[in-house]
Design a protein around this ligand. Structure first.
Ligand code: 5BU
Length: 264
């Protein structure tokens, strides 16, 4: 198993040159530098496990995604340690908080409580179900930090509600707030704006379903056939016998699919 080290996906290089959003630039640069369009999701409940996996799998990923509210022994020290690992291993931190409330509430959820998410998460996401206020609310606590927002346009789970109108609204709002919004969580390419990044969860090397309605597509299907840019993978890696071997496999599968698309 070897990456074609000399090849780069020209499409990503071109899009990097076109985009102005800082987080989009960072993502495109990481994809090219690390030859990885892999977002690892560490849905683990113990901080030590998260830190160990983040450090050992860090070389193969561009983004680490968390659900901070499932952690049972959360401390500020954990965040400091995670930030050091992110710096050492060169990945961005994405808190999958899925903000969905009125602007005033999401602003507080982003900044306050025990987690102070705005202080450490480079990337967060929200649903536009509440309307534009959810985005303007999330902008409030940012100040001059470099932060990016992804819109939750489509979900991977069975029976997820996604009407064409809802997707259209996501596209409109992404353009209106392109200083902050730099892409989508989705199941296929939605935007023709080359600066917008598409990230897809529900990815495994083998298609299938879990027992609670999660549906899986392969990296090839997500990236090559459906035109997404990054794959989000959790249990495919964390529950394998060798997470390091699996992370390399997903890195290779995701990046090869991107190369294949760029060539085509
Ligand atoms: P998995 O172990 O690869 O199934 O984990 C998928 C992760 O992506 C998990 O953290 C979910 O919360 C997250 N996710 C998802 O699976 N599907 C979606 O549509 C969205 C997020 Br949005």
């Amino acid at each position: 198993m070897k990456l074609k080290t000399l090849e780069i996906p020209l499409e990503i290089q071109n899009r990097l040159n076109l985009c102005k959003n800082t987080l989009a630039k960072k993502c495109f640069s990481l994809i090219l530098e690390k030859k990885s369009n892999l977002v690892l999701t560490l849905d683990l409940t113990q901080t030590q496990d998260i830190l160990e996996q983040a450090d050992s799998l860090g070389p193969y990923i561009s983004i680490l995604k968390l659900h901070v509210d499932i952690i049972e022994d959360f401390t500020c020290e954990f965040i400091n340690n995670l930030k050091s690992i992110a710096l050492k291993q060169q990945f961005l931190i994405f808190e999958d908080r899925k903000f969905t409330d009125i602007g005033n509430t999401v602003a507080m959820q982003y900044e306050k409580g025990i987690y102070h998410i705005v202080e450490w998460a480079d990337i967060v996401n929200c649903s536009v179900l509440p309307g534009e206020g959810v985005i303007t609310g999330l902008k409030k606590p940012i100040n001059n930090r470099e932060r990016g927002l992804l819109l939750l346009a489509q979900m991977s789970s069975k029976g997820a509600f996604t009407s064409p109108d809802f997707i259209k609204k996501n596209l409109e709002l992404s353009e209106r707030h392109a200083d902050f919004v730099f892409g989508f969580i989705c199941q296929e390419k939605l935007s023709n704006n080359p600066a917008m990044i598409h990230m897809t969860p529900g990815v495994k090397l083998k298609e299938g379903e879990d027992k609670l309605g999660q549906q899986y597509n392969t990296p090839e299907k997500a990236i090559f056939e459906r035109g997404s840019d990054m794959i989000i993978v959790g249990r495919g890696i964390t529950e394998s016998n060798s997470p390091e071997f699996a992370a390399k496999e997903y890195q290779l599968a995701g990046y090869e699919a991107l190369l294949k698309r760029s060539e085509g």
